[in-house]
Design a protein. Structure first.
Length: 248
């Protein structure tokens, strides 16, 4: 579903490359966590998949399409295949929950009768049917993120990218949101989630891709946030040797 071959990215005004020779494949229906310290290149990688940025070198394939070769007029079609969710929700403040979700379908020209039938389904999926007429500022952060997920999912994208979707949420709400992303994943969507949330990654035990200074330094099935989380408890500590003359 996603293929990155020797992908590097240097921003015109960047003092160092944002991505360095990244090669990875993400298959249909996978759920992948993208981890790494701030500035390691996670957002840049997601932006390449959306063709919001172009790789400086290397190849990026999304659903079989080489994104560098997609003409500008083909980019909206690419973005129909790839839904996104962000840390700051990005809902339209002056539209209701229903209108926010419907908007995603209106802009791609879906007929009114389709919009009228699929928006309530999306609201049901995220458990917000009874808040359909509220405005974003009348919702909690977790509820706003649910609306954002419904909006990203309503057009049935093949890939859902989530950039630090729990960054503004408390621990319990974060678990609800990752469970919702897992529901979307179980519906057949490939999910890539960039995150700093170690406890979620450690609880879910999915594939982990780790970036450091733009390089892919780990690709681990059923991984943890930190490779050391796994290694440390498994290495027995040497027992201090007690000199014979001190043994009673
Ligand atoms: N538009 C830009 N112009 C120049 N440099 C940029 C731009 N966007 C990102 N960078 C640089 O590219 C590198 C990677 O940034 P990126 O935002 O991809 O990291 P990140 O891992 O998503 O960080 P965070 O976890 O803080 O969101 C950083 O050094 C950053 O300063």
């Amino acid at each position: 579903m996603i293929v990155l071959s020797s992908v590097s990215k240097r921003y015109p005004n960047g003092d160092r490359p944002a991505l360095v020779d990244v090669t990875a494949e993400i298959g249909v229906g996978e759920f992948v966590f993208l981890v790494g310290p701030s500035g390691s290149g996670k957002t840049t990688l997601l932006r390449l998949l959306l063709r919001e940025e172009r790789a400086t070198s290397g190849r990026v394939l999304v659903a079989g399409r080489d994104v560098a070769r997609i003409p500008d007029r083909g980019v909206p079609q690419l973005r129909r295949l790839v839904g996104c969710v962000f840390q700051d929700f990005r809902l339209l403040p002056n539209r209701t929950v229903t209108a926010n979700i419907a908007f995603a379908l209106d802009v791609v020209g879906r007929p009114r009768h389709v919009v009228r039938s699929v928006v309530p389904e999306a609201l049901d999926l995220v458990g917000l049917a009874e808040k359909a007429d509220r405005y974003p500022d009348e919702l909690s952060g977790g509820e706003q993120q649910r609306v954002a997920i419904a909006r990203a999912f309503v057009g049935r994208p093949r890939i859902l990218l989530a950039d630090e979707p729990t960054g503004n949420l408390d621990p319990n709400t974060s678990i609800e949101i990752v469970n919702l992303l897992d529901t979307v994943h179980q519906a057949g969507t490939t999910v890539v989630m960039a995150t700093h949330n170690a406890s979620l990654v450690n609880a879910m035990r999915r594939r982990v891709l780790e970036l450091s200074d733009g390089a892919l330094i780990r690709d681990e099935a059923r991984g943890r946030y930190n490779q050391d989380d796994l290694a440390v408890p498994m290495i027995p500590r040497p027992r201090p040797r007690v000199p014979a003359d001190r043994v009673r």
